[in-house]
Design a protein around this ligand. Structure first.
Ligand SMILES: Nc1nc2c(c(=O)[nH]1)N[C@H]1C(S)=C(S)[C@@H](COP(=O)(O)OP(=O)(O)OC[C@H]3O[C@@H](n4cnc5c(=O)[nH]c(N)nc54)[C@H](O)[C@@H]3O)O[C@H]1N2
Ligand SMILES: Nc1nc2c(c(=O)[nH]1)N[C@H]1C(S)=C(S)[C@@H](COP(=O)(O)OP(=O)(O)OC[C@H]3O[C@@H](n4cnc5c(=O)[nH]c(N)nc54)[C@H](O)[C@@H]3O)O[C@H]1N2
Ligand code: SF4
Ligand SMILES: [Mo]
Length: 799
C-alpha cells in the first residue's frame, strides 16, 4: 500500500458516500484488491487495454468517479509498461458527448426513450412469439462472461444455435486451420517466440499499426544489439515494410503459390526436416467432395503435388521474383535459425483462408521450425477477446464451450450436464453463421428469410459486414424484421435499429478477456456507466429472467431453478436481474468458475477466477502445482513446457485428428480469387485499418487526439494510376464495384503504398461506407468473407 492512513480514511469515506448515492440508481463499484491510491488522490488499478489482441495492460487512474489518467503497466509481461497511441488514450473513449444513456424504441421515424423494464419486455415478447427466428450476433469484444452468458442463454436455454460473432469475419479461418491441422484450436507458441526468433515473417499483416506494442517488442530488440531479420510479404507497402530487410510484394490471393514454392524447394534441396516429419506429421490434401479434414495422402503424393511450384512458376503466378522465393526456401531450410511466422487478416479473410492457415503451419512442420522458443507459426488475433470469448467459450454457431461442437452427442451431454439443463436441450444442428444469418435477416420471410429478430451486442454490423447492400440494408426496409442493438454510442447499426440498449463500457463494468497468446485477463469495474447504461451481461440475464417469469421452459434447470441462479456467500439466491442488486455478487466470477469446468477436456485448463485477479493474465493451460500455486504454459505440445505431453515424447500433438499424436501437413493448390480486375473494373481493392482507429471508429473518432491525427477515410492510389486517370492528390473520386460505390479523397504516396493496379481504403469512417463496395464471397469451411480483394474502378467525381 502506498497511501497513508489519513488519505485512505478520507477516500474510503468518499467512496462510501458515492457508493450510497449510486446505489439508488446503480449497482455498486466492487472492491478491488489490486488498486492503490497515490498522493494526489488518484486511485490506480489494472485493466487490459480495450482494443487489440495484443492484450496490453494499462493502469487506470480514477478520481471522483471518473477515469482521469492512463499509464502503461510495468508489471504486464505483454507490454512491460508501454502502450500505443490508442492505449494511452483509451480512457477518453468513455467520455464522448453522445453516449447512449437510455433505452430507445423506434416509433415511426423516431427513437423514443423507454424504461429498461419495457425494453426487456419487448425482447422477451419477441422471443416468446417466435423463438426459432431469433438470433444473437455477438463479438470478439464481448468479455468472457458476456459471451458465456449469451452462449448458455441461446444453446442451453432457448435450444437455439443461431448465435455467431463478428469474429466470423476475423478469426474463423484461423480456427478451421488449427482444428484441421492440430485437432485443437489456438497457437502452440506465445509472444515469447517473438523475443527469441532470428527471422520473423509477416504474411500480409501490418503489425506496426495493428499490433503496435507487440511490433515494438520485436523491433526494440535491434536497439539492444540483437540481429533480427524481418520479411514482409504483402500486397502493399505499409509501416511494417519500413522496418523490413526484405519486402516481397505479391499479386493478391497468390500467397498459396508462395507457400507451395517454399515446400517445393525444401523437398528439392533435401533441406526438409526428415526426422521431425517422420516422427510427428502426416500428410493431407483436399477431398472430393470437400470436407474440413480432407483425405490422407503419402509423402510421395505430397511431393508430387508441390513439384510444379518451381520458383519460376511461382513468380509467374505471384509476381514475386524467383530469387526471393529461393531466399525463403533457403531460410526455411536452415536449422541454425529460429523462424516465427505472423499473420492476421490477409490470410484469414481469404476464400482459401483455411487452406492458407493449414499451409503456414505445414511449412513450419516440414522444415522443423516448430516447438522450440522462437520457431513458431503464430496466428495473431485482432480483437481483445476473439480467443478468450469466441474460440474458447465457443460462441460460434456450431460450437460449445471448451472446444466442443453441437453436432457431437457426447459434447452436448457434457454441456447439458454442466449447465444442469434438461437432456436433449441442445439442438444438434449448427445455427446460421454470420453471413447466412444476415442474409436470412435481409430476406423476406416468404422467401426463406427465417430470421426475424437479431440482438446485436458489442459490434457494428451496419458498417462492418461485407456487401451491406445485400446483407444489411434490405432488412431495414422489411416490416417484420426487428433489430435490437446494445451499444455505447449511436452507430450505423443503431441508426435504423428498432430497439437500442445503452451499455456500460470497459471499466464501467467487470470483465475478462483472452488475447492472441492464450492469455486470460481480468479487471474490475472502476467507475459508473453514464445515465441508465448497463452491463451487457446484465441485459442478457435480465431477458433470460423475464422469459423464466413468462414460463419459458428452457430458462429452468433440471431442479426448477433459474439457469443463471447466482448465490451469495451464505448460499442465498441473489436477484441479479434487478440491476440494483447486480453487483451484490461477482457475476463474472460465478459465470467464469462455471465455465472453467468446460476447459480441461481439450487441455485448455483455466485457473479459478481469483488467480486472474492477482495476475496480469495467465496463459492456458494453467495447471495447479503441488504447492497450490498455478503454472501457465508458454509452449504447447512440447515436453519441456506443456504438462500434458507424455514424458519422452519430445513433441506430442495430443488432440491429433488422426489419433496418432501427429499434426497434419496440408497440400492445397493455388486457386484464383472470387473476383479479379477486368476491363470494366480494372483495379484491385484492399480494405483494412490504420493505427489511430478501432474498426468502425465509434470509440476512437470520439477521442480528440486520435480523430485529429486521422480525421477521415481516403483511398490510397498508386502515383502511376493517378497520373493515367488524371487524378490529383486530395481530389474526391468515386470508387465503385458491381455492388456499390463510395466517394472519398485520394491519397498518393500516403501512409500505405499500393502497387500499380490496386487501391486501399480503411473502413473506420462511418461517412464512407466502403462495405457497400466489398463482396461477401467466403471460405467454404470457415465461412469467413474476403474483405481484402475485389474488383473496382475509379473515376473523378462528376466525370
Ligand atoms: N489500429 C488498429 N489495430 C487493430 C484493429 C483496428 O481496427 N485498428 N483491429 C484489430 C483486428 S480485429 C484485426 S482482425 C487486426 C487486423 O490486422 P492486419 O491483418 O494486420 O491488418 P489489415 O489492415 O486488416 O490487413 C491489411 C493487409 O492485408 C494484406 N493482404 C491483402 N490481400 C492479401 C492476400 O491475398 N493474402 C495475404 N496474405 N495478405 C493480403 C495486405 O498486405 C494488407 O497490408 O487488427 C487488429 N488491430
Ligand atoms: N471492409 C472491411 N470490413 C471489415 C474488415 C476489414 O478488414 N475490411 N474486418 C472485419 C473484422 S476482422 C472485424 S473484427 C470486424 C469488426 O467489426 P465490428 O465489431 O462491427 O466493429 P467495432 O467498431 O469494433 O464495433 C464494436 C461496437 O461495439 C460498441 N461497443 C464498444 N464497447 C461496448 C460494450 O462494452 N458493450 C456494447 N454493447 N457495445 C460496445 C462500439 O461502439 C462499436 O459500435 O470488421 C470486419 N469488417
Ligand atoms: S497494442 Fe493493442 S492492446 Fe496494446 S495499447 Fe495498443 S491497442 Fe491497446
Ligand atoms: Mo478482426
Amino acid at each position: 500500500m502506498t497511501m497513508d492512513r489519513r488519505t485512505f480514511s478520507k477516500l474510503a469515506a468518499m467512496s462510501v458516500a458515492t457508493t450510497a448515492a449510486a446505489r439508488l440508481a446503480h449497482a455498486k463499484v466492487p472492491e478491488n484488491p489490486s488498486q492503490r491510491v497515490d498522493p494526489n488522490g488518484v486511485t490506480w488499478a489494472k485493466a487490459p487495454c480495450r482494443f487489440c489482441g495484443t492484450g496490453c495492460h494499462v493502469q487506470v487512474g480514477t478520481r471522483s468517479g471518473k477515469v482521469v489518467s492512463i499509464a502503461g503497466d510495468a508489471k504486464a509481461e505483454v507490454n512491460r509498461g508501454l502502450a500505443c497511441v490508442k492505449g494511452y488514450h483509451v480512457g477518453l473513449i468513455l467520455y464522448g458527448k453522445d453516449r447512449l444513456t437510455q433505452p430507445l424504441l423506434k416509433q415511426g421515424d423516431r427513437h423514443v426513450p423507454i424504461s429498461w423494464e419495457r425494453a426487456i419486455d419487448v425482447i422477451a415478447q419477441r422471443i416468446m412469439a417466435d423463438p426459432k427466428s431469433f438470433a444473437f450476433y455477438g463479438s470478439g469484444q464481448w468479455t468472457i462472461p458476456e459471451g458465456y452468458a449469451a452462449q448458455k442463454f441461446m444453446k442451453g436455454g432457448l435450444s437455439n444455435n443461431h448465435i455467431d460473432p463478428n469474429a466470423r469475419l476475423c478469426m474463423a479461418s484461423a480456427v478451421t486451420g488449427f482444428v484441421s491441422t492440430y485437432g485443437v484450436d489456438e497457437p502452440a507458441g506465445t509472444f515469447t517466440d517473438i523475443d527469441k526468433a532470428d527471422v520473423v515473417i509477416c504474411w500480409g499483416n501490418n503489425p506496426a499499426e495493428m499490433h503496435p506494442v507487440l511490433f515494438s517488442r520485436l523491433i526494440d530488440r535491434r536497439a539492444r544489439g540483437e540481429k533480427i531479420t524481418l520479411i514482409d510479404i504483402g500486397t502493399r507497402r505499409t509501416r511494417t515494410t519500413d522496418h523490413a530487410q526484405h519486402y516481397l510484394e505479391f499479386k493478391p490471393h497468390t500467397d498459396t503459390a508462395i507457400v507451395n514454392g517454399i515446400a517445393h524447394l525444401l523437398i528439392k534441396n533435401g533441406t526438409w526436416d526428415k526426422e521431425f516429419v517422420e516422427k510427428f506429421c502426416n500428410f493431407r490434401a483436399p477431398s472430393d467432395p470437400p470436407t474440413l479434414n480432407g483425405k490422407a495422402i503419402t509423402f510421395e503424393e505430397y511431393k508430387k503435388f508441390v513439384e510444379p511450384y518451381t520458383p519460376e512458376y511461382v513468380e509467374e503466378l505471384s509476381d514475386v521474383p524467383a530469387a526471393d522465393i529461393r531466399l525463403l526456401g533457403e531460410l526455411f531450410g536452415r536449422r541454425d535459425l529460429k523462424i516465427t511466422s505472423l499473420w492476421c487478416m490477409g490470410v484469414n479473410q481469404h476464400t482459401q483462408g483455411t487452406a492458407m492457415n493449414q499451409m503456414l503451419h505445414g511449412i513450419h512442420f516440414l522444415s522443423g521450425h516448430f516447438g522450440k522458443p522462437g520457431d513458431s507459426p503464430t496466428s495473431l488475433t485482432g480483437q481483445p477477446s476473439a480467443c478468450g470469448t469466441v474460440r474458447e467459450v465457443g460462441t460460434l454457431a456450431h460450437a460449445l464451450p471448451g472446444g466442443r461442437v453441437v453436432a457431437d452427442e457426447q459434447h452436448r451431454k457434457d454441456a447439458e450436464d454442466i449447465w444442469n439443463v434438461k437432456p436433449g436441450s441442445i439442438d444438434p444442428k449448427p445455427g446460421y453463421h454470420t453471413v447466412l444469418m444476415w442474409e436470412k435477416f435481409s430476406t423476406p420471410k416468404e422467401q426463406g428469410g427465417d430470421i426475424s429478430t437479431i440482438w446485436v451486442q458489442v459490434t457494428n454490423p451496419g458498417q462492418t459486414l461485407p456487401n451491406l447492400n445485400k446483407l444489411f440494408h434490405p432488412s431495414r426496409k422489411l416490416k417484420d424484421k426487428f433489430l435490437i442493438v446494445s451499444d455505447v454510442y449511436p452507430t450505423a447499426t443503431t441508426k435504423d435499429a428498432d430497439l437500442i440498449l445503452p451499455s456500460a463500457l470497459w471499466v464501467e463494468k467487470n470483465g475478462m478477456t483472452g488475447n492472441s497468446e492464450r492469455r486470460t485477463q481480468q479487471w474490475f469495474k472502476m467507475v459508473e456507466p453514464p445515465g441508465q447504461a448497463r452491463d451487457d451481461v446484465w441485459q442478457t440475464l435480465a431477458v433470460a429472467r423475464r422469459l423464466f417469469d413468462l414460463g419459458h421452459p428452457g430458462m429452468k434447470d433440471r431442479d426448477g431453478n433459474f439457469i443463471f441462479d447466482m448465490k451469495d456467500e451464505s448460499g442465498k439466491s441473489v436477484p441479479v436481474w434487478d440491476f440494483r442488486r447486480f453487483y451484490d455478487v461477482n457475476v463474472d466470477e460465478q459465470l467464469f468458475n462455471e465455465y472453467r469446468k468446460f476447459t480441461p477436456y481439450k487441455h485448455k485448463n483455466l485457473a479459478p477466477y481469483q488467480e486472474y485477479v492477482k495476475a496480469r493474465g495467465l496463459r492456458w493451460p494453467v495447471v495447479e502445482q503441488s504447492d497450490g500455486s498455478w503454472r501457465e504454459t508458454q509452449f504447447r505440445f512440447t515436453e519441456f513446457d506443456d504438462p500434458f505431453v507424455k514424458k519422452g515424447a519430445g513433441i506430442q500433438f495430443y488432440h491429433s485428428v488422426t489419433k496418432d499424436d501427429r499434426a497434419q501437413i496440408w497440400f492445397n493448390p493455388y486457386m484464383p480469387p472470387p473476383e479479379s480486375p477486368d476491363a470494366d473494373y480494372p483495379l484491385w481493392l484492399c480494405t483494412g485499418r490504420v493505427i489511430e482507429h478501432w474498426h468502425s471508429g465509434t470509440m476512437t473518432m470520439r477521442v480528440g487526439p486520435l480523430r485529429r491525427s486521422m480525421p477521415q477515410a481516403y483511398v490510397e492510389v498508386n502515383r502511376d494510376d493517378a497520373q493515367k486517370l488524371g487524378i490529383r492528390d486530395g481530389e474526391v473520386v468515386v470508387v465503385e464495384s458491381r455492388r456499390g460505390s463510395v466517394e472519398l479523397p485520394v491519397w498518393i504516396d500516403g501512409r500505405g503504398k499500393p502497387p500499380k493496379g490496386s487501391v486501399f481504403v480503411p473502413f473506420f469512417d462511418e461517412r464512407i461506407m466502403i462495405n457497400n463496395v466489398t463482396l461477401d464471397a467466403h471460405d467454404p469451411f470457415s465461412k469467413q468473407p474476403d474483405y481484402k480483394k475485389c474488383a473496382v474502378r475509379l473515376r473523378r467525381k462528376g466525370a
